[in-house]
Design a protein around this ligand. Structure first.
Ligand code: PHE
Length: 495
C-alpha cells in the first residue's frame, strides 16, 4: 500500500490499545498535528480508527488562582483575628473592603468567627477553623489531582464564587484496525521522502531516484491566524486609496482641538445645542488652547456679531474668545477643513481626511461614542450642488455602492445642505451615510475666500455596513466585536 512517511511512522507506532494523540505523537516522533493528520489519513484507508472524546474538568479562574496562592478571604481574615476579637471598623482599616465584604458572609457560614454587637459596631472573635471542603477542592484542582468525589454543593458554590469553571476539551484517541495490523505485520519500510523540492536539488539532480511526499490538500488542517489588518483599517485604506485616485490630498490634524476650529470658524453660534456637554467631550486638563491666530479671531468675532462683510446680519451676540479657546475631542473632522481653509484659500483645491471623531451619543446599533469620518472639500469657482452630488456618485460607486438618495437638510455652516442615504442590503432600509453642503458666505468671509466650496462628512462604518451587510455597528469595533469574525474577514476589501 502506498503510504506517506508520516503514515508509516504512525502505523508503526499504533497498536490495538487506544492511545491519545499526544501519546501517539511521542511514540512516532512527530508533532501532534502531524501525528493526527497521519492517523486521519490511515483511518481513511481503513488502517486506523479515530475517536473524539470530550473531557470535562474543573479549572481555576484567575481569582481562584489568586486565592489558592493567598488563601480565601475568610481564611485570611480569620487568621488575622486577635484572640480577644476585633471590631468590624478596625478590620476595615486593615484590609481592602472587597476582602472584608467577601469574608463576612463566609466566616459566618463556616462558623469561623463569632459575631457580637458592640457600641453600634460588630466584634469578631475567632473560632476553630479547620480546612474547609472548598479549600481542599481548590487545592486538589490546582495540583492537578484526579477530580473525583467532589461534593456537588461545594462545587456549585465555588462556581458561583467564580473561583472555578468547567472546561471541556476534545481529546482524540487512535488505535489500529485489523487491516492496519496486517499491513504492520507484513513490515513497514521507512524510507526517506522529499517533502520540499529545493532549487539546489533541481540544479544538482539529487532528486533523481528519490521518493516524494504526497500531500492530500483536501484534508482539513488547523487554521493559523497571523497578525492582520483590522477590518476598519482595511476600510480606511480603501477609502483613502479611492480619494487619492480621484485627485484629493490628505489633511492631518489633532483629535483634541479648540472649539474655534471645531465650531466657531464654522459659524456655529456659541449657544448652539451641539456645543453643550450633551454632545461633545470637553478636556479637563489642559482646558484651553494657547494660541489662536489673532486676525482670524477678530474676523470670526465680527461675523458672529453682525455678519462682517458677508452681507449677513450675523447671530447678533457678543462672541467670547474664552469659549473658542476651550479644548474638546473633535466631534467632526470639519475642524481639519477649518484649519486647512486658512492655509489654502486659493482655488482649485481638493482635500480629504479619514479619521476618528467623538460624540456623546447614546450607543445603539448605528451609533458609537467614536466613529471614523470621511471628510472632504472641493474649492473652485462656480461649483454647484450638482458637483457635490456627482462627487458622491463617483466616490460611492468606486466603493461598490451605486444606489444613493439625497435629502435636503440644515447645517449652520452650509447652504444648501444635503444628507446622503444608502440602502442596507439586508434590511433594505435607507441609512444615512453622510452630510454635506456648500459653505455659507459667513463661513468663507473670515478667510477672505471668494470662490465656492462644497464639503462633506461621511461615516466610514455606515459605508462598511452597506458593503458587508452588517446590521450592528458594534460588529465592526468596540468591546462586543467578535474576535473570530475579525480573524476571518476576507483580506481583500469587498466591494
Ligand atoms: N460636519 C458634518 C457632520 O459631522 C458634516 C459636514 C461637513 C457637513 C462639511 C457639511 C459640510 O455631520
Amino acid at each position: 500500500m502506498d503510504l506517506s512517511i508520516n503514515e508509516r511512522l504512525v502505523l508503526r507506532s499504533l497498536d490495538l490499545k487506544e492511545v491519545t494523540a499526544k501519546e501517539l505523537a511521542a511514540a512516532a516522533g512527530l508533532k501532534p498535528e502531524a501525528a493526527v493528520q497521519g492517523a486521519a489519513m490511515l483511518a481513511e484507508k481503513g488502517l486506523a480508527a479515530l475517536r473524539d472524546e470530550v473531557e470535562a474538568e474543573y479549572v481555576l479562574t484567575e481569582e481562584g488562582r489568586k486565592y489558592v496562592a493567598e488563601g480565601l478571604p475568610e481564611r485570611v481574615i480569620h487568621d488575622a483575628l486577635p484572640a480577644d476579637g476585633i471590631t468590624l471598623n478596625e478590620l476595615k482599616k486593615q484590609f481592602p473592603p472587597a476582602t472584608v465584604n467577601i469574608a463576612m458572609g463566609w466566616l459566618r457560614q463556616k462558623g469561623w468567627a463569632k459575631f457580637e454587637k458592640k457600641d453600634g459596631d460588630m466584634l469578631l472573635a475567632p473560632q476553630k477553623a479547620e480546612a474547609s471542603a472548598d479549600e481542599t477542592i481548590l487545592a486538589a484542582i490546582s495540583k492537578g489531582e484526579p477530580q473525583k468525589g467532589f461534593d456537588a454543593k461545594v462545587i456549585k458554590d465555588l462556581i458561583k464564587r467564580n473561583l472555578i469553571e468547567l472546561r471541556e476539551t476534545k481529546q482524540k484517541f487512535v488505535k489500529i484496525t485489523d487491516a492496519g495490523l496486517a499491513v504492520k505485520q507484513a513490515g513497514i519500510e521507512i524510507t526517506e521522502e522529499i517533502a520540499q523540492l529545493t532549487p539546489e536539488m533541481i540544479a544538482t539532480g539529487s532528486w533523481q531516484g528519490k521518493s516524494f511526499r504526497k500531500f492530500d490538500v483536501s484534508i482539513p488542517v488547523q487554521t493559523e491566524y497571523g497578525g492582520r489588518k483590522h477590518i476598519l483599517r482595511m476600510g480606511m485604506d480603501a477609502v483613502k486609496r479611492t480619494l487619492i485616485e480621484m485627485g484629493f490630498k490628505e489633511m492631518e490634524g489633532p483629535m483634541v482641538d479648540a472649539e474655534f476650529y471645531v465650531n466657531d470658524l464654522l459659524f456655529m453660534p456659541q449657544d448652539h445645542p451641539a456645543r453643550t456637554h450633551w454632545d461633545q467631550f470637553n478636556l479637563k486638563e489642559p482646558k484651553y488652547i494657547h494660541h489662536l491666530p489673532p486676525d482670524l479671531v477678530k474676523r470670526v468675532k465680527e461675523v458672529h456679531l453682525n455678519g462682517g462683510k458677508s452681507g449677513s446680519l450675523g447671530w447678533n451676540y457678543e462672541w467670547d474668545e474664552t469659549i473658542a479657546r476651550k479644548l474638546v475631542l473633535r466631534g467632526h473632522t470639519t475642524s481639519l477643513t477649518a484649519r486647512y481653509l486658512a492655509r489654502h484659500a486659493k482655488p482649485p483645491q481638493k482635500y480629504f481626511s479619514v479619521s476618528q471623531v467623538f460624540r456623546n451619543d447614546t450607543i445603539d446599533i448605528t451609533h458609537l461614542l467614536e466613529f471614523c469620518q470621511i471628510e472632504g472639500w472641493i474649492m473652485d469657482d462656480n461649483l454647484s450642488m450638482k458637483d457635490l452630488m456627482g462627487t458622491f456618485k463617483e466616490f460611492y460607486s468606486r466603493m461598490g455602492i451605486t444606489v444613493l438618495k439625497f435629502k435636503p437638510t440644515y447645517n449652520p455652516y452650509t447652504e444648501p445642505s444635503l444628507e446622503i442615504y444608502g440602502r442596507h442590503p439586508k434590511t433594505n432600509r435607507w441609512i444615512e451615510v453622510g452630510n454635506s453642503g456648500m459653505f455659507r458666505e459667513e463661513m468663507m468671509e473670515p478667510y477672505g475666500i471668494n470662490s465656492t466650496v462644497v464639503a462633506w462628512g461621511l461615516a466610514l462604518e455606515r459605508l462598511m455596513m452597506i458593503n458587508y451587510g452588517y446590521t450592528d455597528i458594534r460588529d465592526l469595533h468596540g468591546p462586543l466585536c467578535d474576535i473570530n469574525f475579525l480573524r476571518s474577514v476576507p483580506v481583500v476589501w469587498q466591494q
